[in-house]
Design a protein around this ligand. Sequence first.
Ligand SMILES: Nc1ncnc2c1ncn2[C@@H]1O[C@H](COP(=O)(O)OP(=O)(O)OP(=O)(O)O)[C@@H](O)[C@H]1O
Ligand SMILES: [Mg+2]
Length: 258
Amino acid sequence: MIAAPMKPEQEEQRMKTLPTAPPARPVIETIDLRKVYVTGDTELEALKSVTLSIPTGAFVAITGPSGSGKSTFMNLVGCLDRPTSGSYRLAGQDVSGLNETELAHVRGRRLGFVFQGFNLLQQVTTLENVELPMVYAGVPTKERRERATAALESVGLGDRLQHRPAQLSGGQQQRVAIARSLVNRPALILADEPTGNLDTKTTGEVLDIFQKLHEEGISIVVVTHEPEVARRCGDTIMFRDGALVEDQEQINAWKERR
Ligand SMILES: Nc1ncnc2c1ncn2[C@@H]1O[C@H](COP(=O)(O)OP(=O)(O)OP(=O)(O)O)[C@@H](O)[C@H]1O
Ligand SMILES: [Mg+2]
């Protein structure tokens, strides 16, 4: 049966009752996130009740002294480890209760990782390194090759497809790692000290690529000890002794440092 057309006042009433678009979900939302490491009979609370929300599309720096919990936080946010307690939503999905297999799936499909030491496979080409996450995701060979080539071109390495990591400079290797982090079109890129092994010029080049990805709408979180790197990011979050530093003035003062 075809419904009779609505009268204008009915239509207006219907529009009023339609739900408005939901606000964009934060890409990271943690509530009382805790991590306790147990070594022998010693317990160490590396992360203490961290409640934090990072908006989708943000470009955020995480800083803080050595041992303050930055990598611990990144490992939890990156679904590489499970919290002792608390909850974590990644782009709206509660991932705190997932098992190992489910976490691996989330890592492969929704996250990209960039590490200080690049973590490339030495015995294969740059192209094969970038294809790897798509092998795990079951992407067909031809598409894999095309997407890996495009990702390498987007980081300025279209002419280095057949090189092995040892034949590239540090900055080029990190750009390969960024290309690899991109190929599964992640919601979030997590980078732990991505410029720690790079000189100033190459650091600038890597940050230019992050800036471009940020402008394309990808959410990026970068752990860094370098104030000049943090200045390039939109916001800075600081950890101390496993907890967030709330004092924005302190954070700004650190970022002003040369
Ligand atoms: N797997 C682990 N087992 C036991 N303790 C750990 C483990 N990983 C980290 N820790 C401890 O947890 C605390 C936080 O470590 P974390 O690696 O998160 O610090 P960080 O802020 O990343 O430091 P850095 O700037 O040196 O990389 C440290 O005291 C560290 O010794
Ligand atoms: Mg660390």
